[in-house]
Design a protein around this ligand. Sequence first.
Ligand SMILES: [Zn+2]
Length: 158
Amino acid sequence: MSERQPTSDVPATEQQPVNAERLLTTFLQHRDVLCPRCGYNLRNLTVPICPECHESISLRVDVQPRPIHWLLIALVPHMFCTGMAILFLYFVVREGFPRMRATEALTTYAMLLSAVVGVTIGVFHRRFLRLKPDLQILFLVLTLIAHVILLLIVVNQV
Ligand SMILES: [Zn+2]
């Protein structure tokens, strides 16, 4: 992992040391911010300690958590197929590989492929979450279309 140096017009030797306590109290002067521990309103805090629960308070830079709803929605049909694949493999181990017509074999292999894709996405979910939302939505739409087609083929077999 590479470290990036802060960029500034002022050379590092001339920068003032950051006074974290002053930054915190200045930040809280005109803002209603609740203590993460007890919910006490920290507006006008003069020391970096919550007056209610006496927890140390600090100001920090953080990243927004990535939304996971597209991932969860995309995983639903894959997890269903994973469950069906586990059941199928159980019966294959117990009773041998069944004789299947071409469409049954096609849907069975599609279900197994969906299970593999679902497990792969589950394992590499962080990479999925790093994709742009447009790509996540595209993947979701393609997943849903593929599974609706698979479902229609299965329903027509019955
Ligand atoms: Zn508190």
